[in-house]
Design a protein around this ligand. Structure first.
Ligand code: SF4
Length: 180
């Protein structure tokens, strides 16, 4: 885990950076994630799916989700074919990913990394969690890529599933997304 003193320092730095550049903190973090994704793009794709895991936030689940909470996060029961978590989990499984973990909170990430020992992680998160996750992976020497939620919050959040699938290794809509 990134310790709380460092977390505070980083968040303060983001605030200062935003003020200095006349932009929002969200925009500063988005630029950081974009930079991390760009730097890690090639390395991530060189690592086979069997050595990669995916972190999914619990808020992407349907509101009536029945997934039980286990030792390593929620366990999807695949109850709804339209659920974003189901679509991502199913695609990652088909591609041979080492695992998809539905995190109840960012603090569980370290526990799963210790257990799963991945070489690369694709993390879906809100800005703050993605930033802290990115710092954690850098500290651990794990190749990270992040996808930000386009509607964040505690429940009913949204991610561009097509973008997630593309980074996972699929290209369902055959778009040329250079930013990916
Ligand atoms: S598909 Fe999985 S994550 Fe989605 S609502 Fe059902 S059990 Fe929950």
């Amino acid at each position: 885990m990134v310790d709380s003193a460092l977390e505070l320092e980083v968040l303060n730095r983001i605030k200062t950076e935003a003020k200095k550049n006349g932009c929002t903190e969200k925009e500063v973090i988005q630029a950081y994630i974009q930079k991390m994704n760009h730097e890690n793009k090639e390395e991530f794709h060189k690592i086979p799916p069997e050595e990669r895991i995916v972190f999914v936030p619990q808020c992407l689940r349907q509101s009536d989700c029945k997934a039980p909470l286990g030792e390593h996060g929620y366990i999807c029961q695949h109850c709804n074919p339209e659920c974003q978590v189901h679509l991502i989990t199913e695609a990652a499984d088909k591609l041979g990913y080492k695992g998809v973990y539905i995190l109840p909170g960012g603090s569980m990430a370290q526990k799963i990394i210790d257990f799963s020992k991945p070489h690369a992680i694709l993390g879906i998160a809100c800005e703050k969690e993605a930033l802290l996750g990115g710092l954690l992976l850098k500290k651990l020497g794990i190749v990270g890529r992040g996808i930000l939620l386009f509607r964040d919050g505690c429940v009913n959040t949204l991610v561009k599933v097509a973008d997630v699938l593309k980074i996972l290794g699929l290209n369902l809509n055959r778009r040329k997304d250079k930013h990916l």
